[in-house]
Design a protein around this ligand. Structure first.
Ligand code: GLA
Length: 388
């Protein structure tokens, strides 16, 4: 654990003063390999939890207050426990903490009076799910080992994001922050909420590359896409009343509805339906060690997000187009919600170093920004860190 917990304990005491009974919890960020904008349509996603993570250090406090210090931002927020149920969002990082505390109270778990330090290595705005990492790490700390079903924990943190932060996100990010597996990706069925652990072929390395931009449009467009998918379902239900979500729609069904669905909902639906198919195909190709096919599916996913779902941007497209023109690259695509953040790249290990140098140089030349590059090492989901 590279000494992280001790350093965190020291920082905690520097900020809050000497403390006993310190505990440290960790929840990871994630990179989604394939299955984008399918979770809120109850389809399939295949993320892996990363070794980039959010850590929370917690100790009991004497007064009836929850005090939280963000070490990244060097800011503190504090909330009397009794005021949490009626708290209003303030549109900053504290909303993730407060949203989780509020959902815990609403679910009857109770929130202890506590001092909490939060420190995250997941880059904010990168599309690697820094928000789910903080939500799940804070929830774990506030629960302090009290028993909760892992799925309940993921759902509770998603509710914090939906109900308090105000993002109508799906379950993927909170789910993988809870259920992440060391050394593997996780294919999640967002309807049944079951998952399957998928070992990836050793002959490929995954790298996330950060555009270093996050366009403002992102969260409004996200809401808009959620609404557009619901609207498409409404139209489809007129001829196929059994359809509950885009998960239930097939490519053949869409083709037969060509003159009923207006062009935009039709494109959105086509992305979701074909993306679900791509997740299944990717898992199959991975099982067979068919690296070329996996790469093709990544690129097809990107094109669909770029043209049909329209959530990409110039910077993401540039990174993908450049990546697939370089030697040793199986495929690349945007990952996460879009409008900035990261691409995920599937690369032959022996080409990885040269690839990073080349793409970094090209991006710098084009946009004047140095992209951060993160090797994707699949890691475990939420847990207590014991080595203090
Ligand atoms: C964001 C949301 C997820 C998911 C992705 C797109 O990360 O939080 O629920 O919808 O976008 O796949």
């Amino acid at each position: 654990m590279d000494g992280t917990p001790r350093f965190l304990a020291q920082s905690f005491e520097q900020h809050f003063g000497p403390a006993s009974a310190l505990r440290v919890f960790r929840a990871p960020g994630r990179v989604n390999l394939i299955g984008e904008h399918t979770d809120y349509n109850l389809g399939f996603v295949m993320p892996m939890a990363l070794d980039l993570a959010c850590f929370t250090v917690i100790a009991p406090a004497p007064d009836r207050v929850l005090r939280v210090y963000s070490m990244n931002l060097e800011q503190e927020g504090s909330w009397p426990l009794d005021a949490i149920p009626s708290a209003q969002p303030s549109r900053d990082w504290g909303d993730y903490v407060l949203g989780v505390a509020r959902e815990l109270q609403l679910a009857g778990y109770g929130v202890p009076a506590a001092n909490l330090l939060v420190w995250s290595t997941v880059p904010v705005g990168s599309g690697l799910s820094s928000s789910a990492a903080i939500e799940v790490a804070v929830a774990a700390a506030l629960l302090g080992g009290r028993s909760i079903e892992p799925l309940e924990l993921a759902k509770l943190c998603r509710r914090a994001e939906n109900n308090f932060v105000g993002m109508p996100c799906g379950i993927m990010d909170q789910y993988i922050a809870v259920f992440g597996r060391e050394g593997a990706a996780v294919k999640i069925d967002c309807r049944s909420l079951d998952h399957e652990v998928v070992k990836l072929p050793a002959q490929a390395e995954f790298l996330a590359i950060n555009t270093m931009v996050k366009h403002e449009l992102g969260s409004s467009a996200y809401r808009h896409r959620v609404a557009e998918c619901a609207a498409a379902v409404e139209v489809i239900r007129k001829t196929h009343p059994q359809v509950q979500s885009l998960r239930d729609v097939t490519s053949a069904m869409l083709a037969s509805l060509a003159d009923q669905l207006p062009p935009v909902p039709a494109k959105r639906a086509r992305h979701v339906v074909t993306e679900d198919e791509r997740v299944e195909a990717f898992v199959e190709a991975s099982r067979q060690g068919d690296l070329r096919r996996m790469g093709e599916l990544l690129v097809a996913s990107h094109r669909s997000l770029q043209h049909d779902y329209e959530v990409s941007c110039e910077e993401l497209d540039f990174l993908v187009d450049t990546a697939i023109s370089l030697p040793g690259v199986y495929g690349a695509r945007m990952t996460g919600g879009g409008f900035g953040g990261c691409t995920v790249n599937m690369v032959q290990p022996e080409h990885a170093l040269r690839f990073q140098a080349a793409i970094s140089e090209a991006y710098q030349k084009r946009f004047g920004l140095t992209p951060e590059i993160y090797p994707c090492r699949p890691s475990a989901g939420v847990g207590e860190v014991t080595a203090l």
